[in-house]
Design a protein around this ligand. Structure first.
Ligand code: ZN
Length: 333
């Protein structure tokens, strides 16, 4: 059972009060286990990348960052044993997550296993998510602290809806927050919020992710006015939207009084097979985990944001969201 007031990390539980400055949407390593076996990427050099991740997290500690949430869920090549080896060697708290990353379809296993399917039974996604949160991931004992789901350009496909329904059940059962990936031009955070609200998830327990890709204040305010927190979580992804425009949106929303409803992060990675380090260094040089402490925080301060505001965005909001809600009884499952 989750203890209220503590959050699970790769190294066991940590008091919420000790989370400190938190980057709530990052990735240590994004890969694909099956591709790695059959079509290895030339830039994936595990021992070197592990050293780079440890060194990078230690630099973050020196910059004041205390906690990084790894939102690499299955579908993005989650490898908890590998990341545990990184977590053991850094002072930064690393948090694991569960859920499933797909914009459209699940693997064939899920099309044959589940309610009303060939191998009939309860939805394995529900068992999977709850076990990750309550017992630990795949025998490692590392327990997930967040749920993550995705809608992108294809919208709410049947498999995406199934994942989201399973996440809602796992959330009700465990109290861990749900964070999302959205496709900002589709404004599908609205659809996610409506779906989860119908399933009894309090908007206050939701982070609608990748909202920083949007500059539509009406859309963003609608999500926050309904109770959700928005992820201004892609600083450095200047190939999607330049940082000065991301900063401008945050500043406008701060002036409008939304400091309690935003979290800042970068969606960066020490390695991603999707956009490997050689591509990132050429096309998105600011897309790394030090971008917020080194470039974005000074810009916000220069524009009049106070240290107290920064504490709200980077410490208090993540701590509030990561605090597991009180447990539901097993019969709600
Ligand atoms: Zn991400």
């Amino acid at each position: 059972m989750t203890v209220v007031g503590e959050v699970q990390t790769f190294r066991g539980s940590v008091a919420i009060a000790d989370l400190g400055t938190t980057l709530i949407h990052e990735h240590v390593f994004v890969g694909d286990a099956e591709l790695a076996l059959n079509f290895p990427h030339p830039e994936w050099d595990e021992p070197t990348l592990v050293e780079e991740a440890v060194a990078g997290l230690e630099r973050l500690w020196d910059l004041g960052v205390r906690t990084v949430v790894d939102l690499t869920v299955p579908g993005l090549g989650r490898d908890v044993s590998l990341v545990a080896g990184v977590a053991a060697r850094t002072r930064v708290n690393l948090l694991a997550s569960t859920g499933y990353y797909t914009a459209d379809v699940l693997p064939p296993f899920f099309h044959a296993n589940g309610p009303g399917l060939l191998v009939d039974g309860p939805d394995p996604l529900v068992e999977f998510f709850i076990r990750d949160i309550e017992e630990g991931i795949s025998g490692t004992g590392v327990r997930a602290a967040m749920l993550k789901v995705v809608t992108d350009r294809p919208g709410m496909t049947p498999d995406v809806e199934r994942i989201m329904a399973a996440a809602a059940v796992a959330h009700q059962h465990t109290g861990v927050p749900i964070t999302t990936h959205t496709h900002a031009p589709s404004q599908n955070g609205r659809e996610q919020l409506a779906f989860f609200t119908r399933r009894g998830v309090a908007p206050e327990r939701l982070i609608i992710g990748h909202c920083g890709d949007s500059e539509d204040l009406g859309y963003l305010r609608e999500l926050m006015d309904a109770g959700a927190t928005i992820g201004m979580d892609r600083f450095g992804m200047e190939h999607v939207l330049p940082d000065d425009r991301r900063v401008k949106t945050v500043l406008e929303l701060m002036r409008l009084g939304y400091a309690e409803k935003m979290v800042l992060s970068q969606d960066a990675a020490f390695f991603s097979r999707v956009t490997p380090p050689s591509w990132r260094s050429q096309h998105a040089p600011n897309w790394h985990m030090e971008n917020i402490p080194r470039r974005i925080v000074p810009q916000l301060l220069a524009a009049g944001v106070t240290e107290q505001d920064l504490h709200q965005l980077l410490v208090l909001n993540p701590a509030r969201l990561l605090t597991p809600a009180s447990q539901s009884s097993p019969e709600d499952r």
